[in-house]
Every structure is written in C-alpha cells, then in structure tokens.
Design a protein around this ligand. Structure first.
Ligand SMILES: Cc1cc2nc3c(=O)[nH]c(=O)nc-3n(C[C@H](O)[C@H](O)[C@H](O)COP(=O)(O)OP(=O)(O)OC[C@H]3O[C@@H](n4cnc5c(N)ncnc54)[C@H](O)[C@@H]3O)c2cc1C
Length: 365
C-alpha cells in the first residue's frame, strides 16, 4: 500500500519530478496514510524493503478501510459512472473556471471544484484508459509524452529467450545507456519468452522510459555479486584444480543454476565437456567475464498492457504543487498517476496518488 521509509528515501525513489511532490508528501506522508487506514479498521504490517501491506494480505481490506473513511466523511460514491468531459466557463476576467462534469449518460454534475484522478494509461482493464489526459488537454494543459514504465524488457538475443522460466536470486543487475550506469540493484529476476522480467527489471525499466533509442541500452548481470572479480577468479581456479580430470560442466554446476553452466560455456566459447585441468587462462577469463558482467542487449520494453505504471502525463509546471490546482483553470485539480510523476516499485506510486489526492481534497483555491 505504501513504503514506510524515511522522507529522503521516498524522494530518492521518485523517478520523475520528485520536487513537485515535496508539499504533497510533507502534508500527508506514509505514516499519515498508515494511521488513516488503521483508524478505519485495517491492521497493517511492514515487510522487507519497508513495504507496507494489510496484515491479512488482502487488498479488499484496504478498500474496506477507505470505504469506512468515505462513509464517515459522508461522501456519496457513484460507481460505474463515466465522466465524458469537464465543464468550464470563462469568468468576468476571461479566466477559465470549472463548473462541473458531464457524464457519459448525458447527466451534468455541477461543482465548484473538480479533482481529476483518472490514473494513467496502463492496465486498462482497471479503468485507467487515459481519459484524464484528454480532459487536461481540453482544459489547455500540455501532456508530457506517455510511455510504459515498470514494465518487462525485450531482448533479441536468442540465448536470453532460450532461458525462459529460469529465475535468478541474489543477482546484481546494472542498466547501462550509452555506456553510462543508470541503475543498479541486487535481487530477483526472471527470463521470459521475450526477454527479462521480475522486480529488479521492472524498476530498471523506469529509467528506460526517458530514452528514445533502446538499442543504446544493455543490462549487465553479476551472477556472483558477493565475490569480487579477483575472489571469483580464485574460486574458479580452486574448483578447476580440484576438478582436475572431471568435465568442466560438472564443476560449473556447483557454481551456477543448472541451465546456466551450459550457457556460460557456450557464451564463453569454452567446450563444456573439456577436462578441468585443460581449461586455459584465456578461457577462464572469458568464463569470469560472463559471470561478473553477463550482457543482455535490450531491444524494447513491453507495452502499456503489461506496464504497472505510466511515465509522462500532465506537465507539472502547469499545476500548483502546494494545492494541486491547475494554473489554467480555477477550481480544477489533478492528483495521482495522471500527472507527470512516477516512481520505482515498492509502494511509492500508491503513496504519490494518496499524497497528491489528499492535498487536492484539502485545497479550496
Ligand atoms: C498490476 C498492478 C500492480 C501495482 N502494484 C503497485 C504496488 O505494489 N505499489 C504501488 O505503489 N503501485 C502499484 N501499482 C501502481 C498504482 O496502482 C497506481 O500508481 C495508482 O493506483 C494510481 O492511482 P490513481 O488514483 O492515480 O489512478 P488509478 O488507481 O488508476 O484510478 C483511476 C480511476 O479513475 C477511473 N476513471 C478513469 N477514467 C474515468 C472516467 N472518464 N470517468 C470516471 N472514472 C474514470 C478508473 O476507473 C479508476 O478507478 C500497480 C499497478 C498495477 C496495474
């Protein structure tokens, strides 16, 4: 539901426009959200990486708490009620002012203030079909190009797709763009029929949302991050010496997941059935390189239908960060993913939605 981290860590996990979120987060942070949920009847727990979940692990318990909060605040909820457009008028000074919304069924709802919290363009089955961008554009706002983020990556390398189904733990992933290190994390990942996925890959993909040419990007895997290159080389030399007349693949099976030993040999151009004592220094160096710096070329990322969030959105320069009100239309507010804000995985995106939503809800003008 959120991430119970320190304030600085929260902003360090926001990929786009962290400064814009200072007021919203200071006004309603992860602890305020946790208190709100617990006071409304749902107990929470904090797990690895400060990630906060309901004790029950059921998302409907969070929904129940939010429903209780709405009930106490006497909020009327209209489900399955699609908004077609915003209604705006110009005031005496020719400045646009919000007047309400027009529903798809033709009904008009008059309002002095409207908050657009329609989400992004990802996972459209959840209802976020990008309507908010259209509403914003019609109100005179500009939209920063939207792209899928927190999304699996595609690779055209045949060896990558051949490993589909294999998951790796305790691996270090580094993402390079134009040979510059852009992201580094240790954790879990998964090979798929199109490329790579899993928590580390999803987070790293947020960095790729900012670039046009994916061909300039590659992922480097360190399969033995606990050992330095020198330490791993020593281990390899020891294993090879102990292995002596045994086939190389037998000792490599002690070092890598089983489907990897064969692959590392292939990629390193070393015969897997070779006797350990016959592995030369150059061959050992190639095995070493492909263990500490195994490169996966990236060709693209998957589409919006598989993206957890949407990168890009309403230009935050056109929104007052202290209130979430539009600078173009009085009484019109925006909150959540529809804005050009996004963060890594770990509960940060939901917290952004709650913080900006809370601030917009509190703000009068
Ligand atoms: C599978 C998945 C897993 C995720 N896991 C996490 C996670 O673990 N942690 C995390 O922080 N984030 C996670 N996210 C991201 C997070 O859910 C979103 O960032 C967050 O929900 C955005 O909140 P929002 O209120 O801006 O938009 P949304 O939650 O998308 O809500 C938008 C709402 O607006 C409604 N709507 C849209 N258009 C209209 C219209 N024209 N009229 C009326 N209603 C409309 C939609 O039906 C929807 O109910 C996940 C997302 C997905 C898809």
């Amino acid at each position: 539901m959120t991430n119970a981290c320190e304030k600085d860590a929260f902003f360090a996990h926001v990929v786009s426009n962290p400064k814009f979120l200072y007021s919203a987060y200071s006004n309603f942070d992860c602890h305020d959200l946790m208190t709100l949920i617990e006071e409304n009847g749902t107990k929470l727990k904090t797990e690895r990486g400060n990630r906060v979940f309901p004790v029950s692990d059921h998302s409907y318990d969070i929904i129940d708490a939010l429903k209780n909060a709405l009930k106490s605040a006497k909020v009327e909820v209209k489900l399955n009620t699609e908004v077609k457009s915003l209604i705006t008028e110009k005031d005496d000074e020719e400045h646009p002012v919000i007047k309400g919304v027009l529903l798809k069924n033709g009904e008009r709802i008059d309002a002095k203030r409207v908050i657009v919290a329609t989400g992004g363009f990802s996972y459209q089955t959840t209802g976020s079909t990008g309507d908010g961008y259209r509403f914003a554009e019609e109100a005179g706002h500009t939209i920063k190009k939207i792209k899928p983020a927190l999304v699996p990556m595609e690779s055209k390398a045949e060896w990558v797709t051949k490993l589909q189904g294999l998951s790796l733990k305790n691996t270090e992933l580094s993402l390079y763009v134009d040979e510059k290190l852009k992201y580094k994390e240790r954790g879990e990942m998964l090979f798929t029929h199109f490329g790579i996925s899993g928590p580390m890959v999803l987070s790293a993909s947020s960095v790729l949302a900012g670039i046009e040419n994916y061909e300039k990007a590659y992922v480097s895997l360190d399969l033995k991050p606990a050992l330095s290159v020198e330490e791993f080389d020593k281990r390899l030399q020891r294993e090879l010496a102990d292995g002596n007349k045994k086939e190389l693949k037998n000792i490599l099976n002690n070092i890598y997941p089983s489907s990897f030993a064969k692959l590392i040999c292939e990629l390193s151009d070393v015969e897997e059935y070779k006797k350990c004592c016959e592995v030369g220094k150059e061959e050992r160096k190639r095995l070493l390189k492909n263990t500490k710096d195994l490169r996966i070329p990236i060709s693209s990322v998957r589409g919006f239908e598989e993206a957890i969030i949407t990168h890009g959105g309403i230009n935050v320069k056109e929104i007052n960060p202290k209130t979430m009100e539009s600078k173009k239309v009085s009484g019109l507010f925006f909150a959540g993913e529809v804005l050009d804000v996004d963060a890594f995985t770990g509960g940060f995106n939901l917290q952004i939605a709650f913080s900006t939503g809370y601030l917009a809800g509190q703000s009068k003008e």
